[in-house]
Design a protein around this ligand. Structure first.
Ligand code: NDP
Length: 282
């Protein structure tokens, strides 16, 4: 079974559109997401465009604020302060990565926690790890949604997450743990990685290496979630971290790239924006 993130995210967005259509009458306005884009990195421009398009489908107001790559850290922090103070803004997203002269940690911490639709603010991260109310980061949230939509039982299963980044590996491991999986986190220093990945009932791969996970690293019938977004060095086309063609025959459930985790990340961003809006309104 191939889980189509494209189809699932389209259903989510259509449900959200129906929900948001009632907001002007209930709350006097629709949610407003402010997206800050620094510089013109093509991948970042394409992600920001995708977020604006999804906002339009859902009926969320989207303001994309573009600043040149040479903006100073102080100027960017002051822009964020302004958005924090703006009562009409419900969600703030600063597209990463930022130019080297700007501290991402400072910028992430500068966003008001209640408007942190990415779920990257240290207080949101702490709340996630303490099982308190929080904004869950979009990609991990989307992954759990995909597993549930496919009827995958998570509780009691052995999950292996390859990758330990703050935005994917660590939080998805925590969410899987919250769903009562037994979780192993593997990384670049893991010894004999294939023997670890072969223990997985559910294998989540987020490393950023084209087709790195081969069929021999997957046990028969495993559920494989491919988070990677890479350019295939030979064809130049988008591909994941998993060798899909080879893995498909071994996995019971697998996600494609493109059209898998990526669209779910954006749908969950829309959901997070609505959640931040509703917390404020209620
Ligand atoms: P990072 O570069 O921040 O982290 C990569 C992780 O992979 C690190 O923990 C690293 O280990 C580990 N790793 C690297 N090489 C190996 C290896 N050979 N064996 C085992 N582990 C390895 O990446 P991100 O988490 O930000 O992103 C990962 C991928 O997911 C990228 O392709 C990115 O584009 C994609 N992505 C997709 C999203 C979506 O919506 N579909 C959203 C976010 C990311 P170590 O810690 O030891 O260095």
């Amino acid at each position: 079974m191939i889980i189509s993130g494209k189809e699932l995210s389209a259903r989510m967005k259509s449900d959200m559109a129906a929900q948001v259509a009632e907001f002007p009458e209930k709350y006097g306005r629709v949610p407003h997401l402010a997206v800050v884009l620094v510089g013109d990195d093509p991948a970042s421009v394409s992600y920001v465009t995708g977020k604006a398009k999804a906002s339009e489908v859902v009926g969320i107001k989207n303001t994309t604020i573009r600043r040149p790559a040479d903006i100073s850290e102080a100027e960017l922090l002051s822009l964020i302060d302004g958005l924090n103070a703006d009562e009409g803004v419900d969600g703030i997203l600063v597209q990463l990565p930022l130019p080297k002269h700007i501290s991402e940690a400072k910028v992430i911490a500068a966003v008001d926690k209640s408007k942190d639709v990415d779920g990257f603010h240290p207080l949101n991260v702490a709340a996630l790890w303490q099982k308190q109310e929080c904004t869950e980061p979009c990609t991990p949230k989307g992954i759990i949604r995909m597993l549930k939509s496919a009827g995958v039982q998570i509780s009691g299963k052995r999950a292996v997450v390859v990758g330990r980044s703050n935005i994917v590996g660590l939080p998805v491991a925590k969410l899987l743990l919250d769903e009562n999986a037994t979780v192993t986190i593997a990384h670049s220093r893991t010894a004999d990685l294939p023997s670890v990945t072969r223990t997985a009932d559910i294998l989540v791969v987020a490393i950023g290496k084209p087709r790195f996970v081969t069929a021999d690293m997957i046990s028969d019938g495993a559920v494989v979630i491919d988070v990677g977004v890479n350019r295939d060095p030979e064809t130049g086309k988008l591909c994941g971290d998993v060798d899909f063609a080879a893995a498909e025959s071994k996995a019971s459930v697998i996600t494609p790239v493109p059209g898998g985790v990526g669209p779910m990340t954006i749908a969950c961003l829309m959901e997070n924006t609505i959640e931040c809006f509703l917390r404020k309104m209620k």
